[in-house]
Design a protein around this ligand. Structure first.
Ligand SMILES: N[C@@H](CCC(=O)N[C@@H](CS)C(=O)NCC(=O)O)C(=O)O
Length: 262
């Protein structure tokens, strides 16, 4: 075998080894959230967490509204899969959620709110969950998306850390992040006490602004906030969103049992 032929064969072998070592390329690792005959168009890399649920809830909504198909690749956070090289190539931040859109040349999107905005701009053609570009409604939706992405998520995430995971109980940190989370719920209450949803005309319409905030507030008990009674508008809003079939389906992603993997 010539040097060139050997070099080509070796390169091919290495590429094959690399692709087999990359779990993102192995169908065996995917859960299908689609009819069995549909091609895998969008792959969602996720775990059962509030940020992950934002993406899976919206994908379920788009599936129900438009027939958009997607596959799920569960990421095991406890095994630090999200820090492995193959995943860092998808999300340099090494966190879930992330998507790869094979309908758009394998385009990658990370950051939960950016995923919602990307999916809305590309797939919510009839603006069932989003608003016309440049409209005041869109601006209001973005305001609540930024408020949640920069406030509720990080603060409640830190509260979760200090309440549940920190090796030592640090009252100052627990108190600081719990109180800040509650303050942010009070901001949501100002908006929701006479409205049904965060953005949209009149009392609002269900949109990605709600999908972006709901999984965090819905996880209040995990954070140690036993009830939402102090925020009745927020409580009613959570119940309204929880009642949606697609939301229930999105919360159940990824399915926990290994037997549910293909
Ligand atoms: N700002 C990011 C935060 C993502 C994030 O913190 N994800 C968590 C789960 S909710 C994670 O992957 N944690 C594992 C780690 O930090 O290694 C987003 O909204 O997507």
């Amino acid at each position: 075998m010539s040097f060139v032929a050997r070099h080509t064969a070796l390169s091919r072998l290495n590429a094959l080894k690399k692709s087999l070592a990359d779990p993102s390329s192995r169908r065996l690792h995917f859960q299908r959230n689609m009819s069995s005959s549909a091609p895998e168009q969008i792959v969602l890399y996720t775990s059962s967490t509030p940020n992950g649920r934002k993406a899976s809830i919206f994908l379920e909504e788009l599936k129900a509204a438009y027939g958009l198909q997607y596959a799920v690749r569960p990421i095991t956070l406890s095994k630090n899969e999200q820090k492995e090289d193959w995943f860092i190539r998808i999300n340099p931040n090494g966190r879930i959620p992330a998507i790869v859109d094979n309908q758009n040349d394998g385009f990658k999107v990370f950051e939960s709110a950016a995923i919602l905005l990307y999916l809305a701009s590309r797939y919510d053609k009839d603006r069932k969950f989003s608003f016309d570009v440049g409209s005041n409604d869109e601006s209001e939706a973005l305001q609540w998306i930024f408020f949640t992405h920069g406030g509720v998520g990080p603060m409640q995430g830190q509260a979760n850390h200090f309440v549940r995971y920190a090796p030592e109980k640090i009252p100052y940190a627990i108190n600081r992040y719990l109180e800040e989370t509650k303050r942010l719920y009070s901001v949501l209450e100002i908006r929701l006490n006479d409205r049904e949803f965060l953005a949209g005309p009149g009392k609002g319409t269900y949109s990605i602004a709600d999908i972006n905030a709901f999984p965090w507030v819905n996880g209040h008990a995990f954070t140690g906030i036993e009830s939402l009674d102090a925020w009745p508008g927020v409580k009613a809003w959570v119940a309204r969103i929880q009642a949606r079939e697609q939301v229930q389906a999105g919360i159940a992603v990824p399915k926990s049992s290994a037997t549910q993997r293909l």
